[in-house]
Design a protein around this ligand. Structure first.
Ligand SMILES: Nc1nc2c(c(=O)[nH]1)N[C@H]1C(S)=C(S)[C@@H](COP(=O)(O)O)O[C@H]1N2
Ligand SMILES: [Mo]
Length: 333
């Protein structure tokens, strides 16, 4: 067991024995522990007050709990304050439902997430149409607190629930010729008011290089804050790639395709010189229209809230830096 604390505020786990938890998870455990009768009388009284005081924040969104989740946190967690559920579920980018940050929370209730299947095809031994229920059960759900930093300069800290995309990749057995993974998301004009607009070339498509897709930090997310994913955050299944700008984290995925060529992606098609295929968070490479050196943490607004310094690879450099060894990150932005 070895915990290494970095100045970037991260704890890097070196052992599965260590299971740091978000505070609200501890609250749940505390209540469960009390219900089991394990607490002594004095302790029970104290724990009862604690549980009462804290239960108000359990299931913050009042959505269904995500079945089968484990409280253990895998990979890196940040010790920074978790963004309020309210902010994380009302300040969103999901252009299918509008381009204002408040549009997805207002409009995404129309999204039909059941039934839902994900088509897996391309250069893979086990292609097929996978039901969302089977995907959820494919591997143990883990809670992971990741920063997500948007290309526009804001960030959040969110407890995601899901498992490493690599678990799914291993299961479907890509061929040796597969070098990239393409993610296509839903286009449904009946429920998505903006897919008729020309703001993007629909469907919203994203892509990762195979080694990025297989990296243990790359999360296939089914929920957040212990609950199923809110529609506006990309229900029922989305990517979370924490060292890349937020737009790489495709929401409401319907197809995963394994390819030999680098996939064309929605934002790259929309503005090639502004959004590259890699889109790694990099404070040294400015967007053509603004600096990427600092960011605003959602929930820390106000006249005197200081902007934070953006960290290389969003703070995940020690885990993902080697993926880009020798690459010119100004060219491959
Ligand atoms: N299908 C789809 N996925 C998407 C987007 C989108 O417009 N459509 N926006 C992206 C952008 S720009 C960001 S910053 C993140 C935002 O995720 P969040 O709202 O859960 O924070 O989702 C990404 N995934
Ligand atoms: Mo974004």
């Amino acid at each position: 067991m070895l915990i290494k604390t970095h100045r970037d505020g991260f704890v890097h786990e070196r052992s599965s024995e260590i299971t740091p938890r978000a505070v609200y998870q501890e609250r749940r455990d505390l209540m469960r522990w009390m219900a089991s009768g394990a607490a002594g009388v004095g302790l029970a009284a104290w724990a009862g007050r604690e549980a009462l005081a804290q239960s108000a924040t359990a299931r913050p969104g009042k959505l269904a709990p995500l079945p089968g989740r484990r409280s253990a946190v895998a990979g890196a967690v940040t010790l920074e304050k978790v963004t309020d559920y309210r902010d994380a579920s009302t300040y969103n980018n999901f252009y299918e439902f509008g381009t204002d940050k408040s549009d997805p929370a207002r409009n995404a209730h129309t999204l039909q997430t059941q039934p839902w299947t994900v088509e897996i095809d391309g250069l893979v031994r086990k292609p097929g149409r996978y039901a969302i229920e089977d995907l959820i059960k494919l591997s143990a759900q883990e809670e992971r607190i990741y920063r997500l930093r948007c290309v526009e300069g804001w960030s959040m800290v969110i407890p995601w629930v899901g498992y490493s995309l690599s678990k799914l990749i291993d299961k479907v057995e890509p061929l040796g010729s597969a070098k990239y993974v393409e993610f296509t998301t839903l286009v449904d004009p009946k429920t998505m008011p903006y897919v008729g607009s020309s703001v993007l070339d629909w469907p919203y498509v994203e892509g990762l290089r195979m080694d990025e897709a297989r990296h243990p930090l790359t999360l296939l997310g089914f929920g957040m804050y212990g609950e199923v994913m809110p529609n506006q955050n990309g229900a029922p299944v989305r990517l979370v790639v924490p060292w890349k700008y937020g737009f790489k984290s495709a929401k409401s995925i319907v197809r995963i395709r394994f390819t030999e060529q680098e996939p064309g992606t929605a934002w790259n098609k929309a503005a090639k010189n502004e959004y590259g295929f890699y889109s790694n968070v990099n404070p040294q490479v400015d967007h053509p229209r603004w600096s990427q050196a600092t960011e605003r943490r959602i929930g820390e607004d106000g006249l005197f809230a200081k902007r934070r310094k953006t960290l290389m690879f969003n703070g995940y450099e020690s885990q993902v830096g080697q993926l880009y060894a020798g690459m010119d990150l100004r060219k491959f932005y």
